[in-house]
Design a protein around this ligand. Sequence first.
Ligand SMILES: [Zn+2]
Ligand SMILES: [Zn+2]
Length: 488
Amino acid sequence: MNFNILKSTALFSLSFCSALFCQNFPVNEVLINGENYTHMNIVFLSEGFTKSEMGLFNQKVESTVRQIFKTQPYREYKNYFNVYSIEVASKESGSDHPGTAIDEPQGVSTFTRDTYFNSTFDGGRIHRLLLIKNYGAVHSVLQDNLPEWDIVFIIVNHSWLGGAGGAFAIFSLHSRSFDTAIHEVGHSFAHLADEYEGIAGGRTGHEAANATTETRRDFIKWNKWIHGSTPLPTPEIEDRYGNVIGLFEGAVYNPTGWYRPKYLCKMRQSLKPFCEVCIEQTILSIYNLLPTFESFEPFNQELTFSANANIDFVIHPMKPTPNTIQTDWYLNNELIAADTDSFHLRTAGYNDGKHSIKAVVTDKTHLVKNDPYTFLSGEVVWEIKIDSTRLANNDASELIKGFEFHQNFPNPVHNITTITFRLPISSTVRLQIYNAKGQIVQTLRNGQMLPGLHEISWRTNRVSQGVYFIRLLAGPFSKVKKCLVLDR
Ligand SMILES: [Zn+2]
Ligand SMILES: [Zn+2]
């Protein structure tokens, strides 16, 4: 995997909305393990909570987060996630119940509440189907407050059991509702199928990582998980085959002709753990979006050094628990160091000319047996040229080659000025304005940016006349420019 191809959401992370159209809500950092662009971002939204009920909402978030990270494989990959909650206050407390379900329980009242996302029970005329009617509002709250979201849970302030899946998982305060929500994330995030049978002839099945019509042992997609002695199809004898992976008949709404990997799994029955095949698929889905490492050094991957350079090559790997990540190093495609996060190169030992250094970072977890696209392995290659005619005192500047930071124009500034910089590769950028006392007065950019020339406007209407410093931090590069702001 190429490090520059990061999560596609990173492209949206720099959207800045103008004050007029922005709907900003309090965003709480519930769990932060790193930058948003190298982590999966779970977002909780409140629905049907008034301003004074946010304590209850945040309590529910905390208990839900504990539950998520007790569940395999979220437990092992907890460090890959950031969790945020966004306090979206509703005018009224609760949700709607129109009473239009075909399975309407006896003696429950109907009611409507004025809530932000307009949630309602009786979605699709099923009492427990708790839906959101204003999806547009969900999208704009996310876009304006946390555009890097990957998984969204909406907590509805009502005690009845209820929830729904789709792009966002919705669940109520009922103690069992969350388990349904994490099943729904199995669909939306890991593309898992339902492993239950449902009504005969009700719906057609579909192939998925955890559902198939294939019965020939060698062709079953999860056959690496099936022990040679397990009969196929596997009889539904729980005390004999309840804990093994096999081929159990009954899946994706069909009692016959469709098969699932395990007797029980969260995709079949709530409150059960995910089966091994669903766990594997969830990990593959994480690595489909994230590299196996957070960052590496040097940042530049094409470098020329003198014959007297000492360079540390460093990988900052992701950190599953227990740690199953291994980094191996190759010099000119020969293994030179195994299972270490850094490699030290002294150019004195090598001939002039081109050399390549490659770090291969692999998650060796036993929870994944099938990885056809090698999502669990990433590599970084540095092309090194050694040139003995080069002066050794140029070696340090080589490491920040390609970064440019120009004086803002115009300067002095009356109203607006343009700050220009160039990034040789995708970088984490922090562009900030400091006053003469060294205090940060404004942050213009904070996040991942693509390679290329960037022009950022700074409107000075929020600061008073005086001397200011513009500081650019981009990967290993750090520089300050002084500028003068004058009254309009
Ligand atoms: Zn389902
Ligand atoms: Zn499963």
